[in-house]
Design a protein around this ligand. Sequence first.
Ligand code: F6R
Length: 368
Amino acid sequence: EKGGYDYFMDKEIDEQPQAVADTLLGRISAEGRLQLDEMRMSESELRSVDKVIVIAAGTSYHAGMIAKYAIEHWTRIPVEVELASEFRYRDPILTRDTLVLVISQSGETADTLMALRHAKDQHARVLAICNSNGATIPREADAVVYTHGGPEIAVASTKAFLTQLIACYLVGLYLAQVRAAKFPDEIADILEQLSQAPAKVRETLDRMGPVRELGRLLKDEGRVLFLGRHVGYPVALEGALKLKELAYVHAEGFAAGELKHGPIALVDQGLPVVVVVPPADRPLLHDKIVSNIQEIRARGARTIVIAEDGDTAVAPFADTLIYVPELPTLLQPLVATVPLQVFASALADAKGLDVDQPRNLAKSVTVE
Ligand code: F6R
């Protein structure tokens, strides 16, 4: 059933182009309009939304962080993102015009379910993004957008994450569509780019040989840092989470701008630091991170740089340079995450660990 793979995780990583394509399927019309038929929320309800709160745990929370950047940018509705396990303990402010977006692969995560119930008690409207048909979370939510990732068996989430990103983008674009009198060009362009995402993820996967090699090479490292800015920051957090859970490496993700506020003290000779570089379509972001790479390299870091095709500015400062296909900044996590998944799997495998079943972890966390 692993289809020739050593691990379900590697199989699921490779299934990502299909999972992304399946999650897009039927949701963008030939005229470039979004149709989320199963959404069960009226357009007038969605027009009255004045705040979005995204709630999730673990990898799904990282998808939620990326959703914030996208939804705020496209809709100008304020978005908060919160860990499910924190949400209901802080007396959150919710009204009928609050849209609570809960993201859960399994649809059974206890913290997320409890947060959903709390939101409903406060009369907020709850939209679930879920990969498991008929699970408790989609059943209790007011509406659901399913990710069509297929069953995810490895404990570490991979294809579910990419499909959650797609679902978050679709929800953001749909909100923009129902609220805007006319559909702005940028959004039409994003829809076009989204339709190319499966091919770009495939292309990324085709380049993973050197990343696997790097994972094997770094198998004795006890620490790895991950840096990113903007949507690259949650990608960095996700890369660190994968490495912690699979390879038991002390990995941390930071917003690159925070380096000088503390974490740069961790950098010493030979420390591997993975840096997610934003596309050159955002020069300000891009140039800032190039100087961050220089700063850490000057202090001895071994830099592993993930950058888009054609980005030659980073090359002089990269000990390892991994190119990913071009996508607009907000969509870049779809390709930038893939090398981090492969890296964690390869490193864990090189350590002789069980990639599919890391110690102490369960696939679905049904206790709080
Ligand atoms: C990490 C991982 C976990 C889950 C988290 C939420 O690889 O798998 O962090 O993402 O437990 O699970 P769901 O999405 O099922 O609510």
